[in-house]
Design a protein around this ligand. Structure first.
Ligand SMILES: O=C(O)C(=O)C[C@]1(C(=O)O)C=C[C@@H](O)C=C1
Length: 283
């Protein structure tokens, strides 16, 4: 997705960087398409996780005792998240500007040769990381919403889907950096004025598009209802998509997904946007 330069050791994936590539990457339309695609990943992850009980043991400390774990006594979720980041980190996941690690201080050295990405974002982008807030929102608000209380012993499966959802939420929310850059480039004078005045409220008002937000909320609820249907071999829908049936039978409640986006995903994306813009003009 991102234009790369100087990828000579990895010739199979060399991209040719052109001005057109960059304007594509930063077109608000294209960025919104990526946000829409990430909705699918998040909703499918929630549907998968919701089939298992809450399984609080996955989140408790002290958790599993694993020799060599970077934080002994951590919860099973933290252990799996940390170890997943170790493997993904070695194959360069967190060198990509659209990825943010939950444990950036513990990232391993690269197994594959590094890629030099075209500088699309301002330098401050690398130090904007809201993953701590995302983890808190997940454990305190989302988990109780999407899972039934209880313990079915499926700790590994539960934690595996937790990691998948956490990674997708992180990517979606930190995409706010690209949204912000795109908006800055299209109205540079206006944003420069607000940035120089350190006007975070003005920036928040400038990046907010209430019509788009309403559409996002409607769309994710609708997707949750549709993705949660059981479809027969003949294409017949076994669970209806009218709102009452959808709420009752859906694998994850459409209203819970809508609420997640309204209360958390979009506000955190907007926080990333404002944090980025406030520092956009730093060297
Ligand atoms: O699409 C945009 O313009 C965004 O800034 C993204 C987003 C979102 O998180 O979906 C956030 C703020 C806007 O009010 C609308 C939508």
């Amino acid at each position: 997705m991102f234009p790369r330069v100087n990828a000579s050791m990895d010739t199979a994936t060399v991209d040719c960087t052109t001005a057109r590539d960059l304007s594509n990457v930063l077109s608000l339309n294209n960025i919104r398409q990526t946000l829409i695609r990430l909705e699918d990943t998040i909703i499918f992850g929630l549907i998968e996780r919701a089939q298992f009980a809450r399984n609080s043991a996955v989140y408790e400390e002290p958790g599993v005792e694993v020799p060599g774990c970077s934080r002994p006594g951590c919860s099973l979720l933290e252990y799996i998240l940390r170890e997943t980041e170790q493997i993904h980190g070695r194959i360069r996941r967190y060198t990509s500007p659209d990825e943010n690690a939950y444990f950036p201080e513990a990232l391993p050295s690269l197994l594959l040769p590094p890629i030099t990405y075209e500088q699309v974002l301002a330098p401050c982008a690398a130090s904007i990381n809201l993953n701590e807030s995302i983890l808190k929102l997940y454990l305190e608000h989302l988990m109780p919403e999407i899972t039934e209380p209880g313990d079915d012993g499926n700790y590994g499966s539960a934690a595996m889907y937790d990691v998948m959802i956490l990674q997708a939420l992180s990517k979606r929310i930190h995409y706010g950096k690209f949204v912000a850059e795109s908006k800055f480039l299209s109205q540079t004078e206006k944003y420069t004025r607000l940035i120089h005045a350190h006007d975070s409220e003005g920036l928040m008002a400038a990046i907010t598009d209430a019509v788009v937000e309403a559409k996002v909320i409607q769309r994710v609820a609708r997707k949750a209802a549709i993705f949660g249907q059981d479809v027969g071999a003949a294409g017949d829908v076994i669970v209806g998509t009218d709102s009452e049936a959808a709420e009752q039978n859906a694998k994850v409640r459409p209203q819970a997904v809508a609420q997640l986006y309204k209360d958390w995903v979009m506000p955190l994306t907007k926080k990333v946007e404002v944090d980025y813009l406030l520092r956009r003009l730093e060297d």
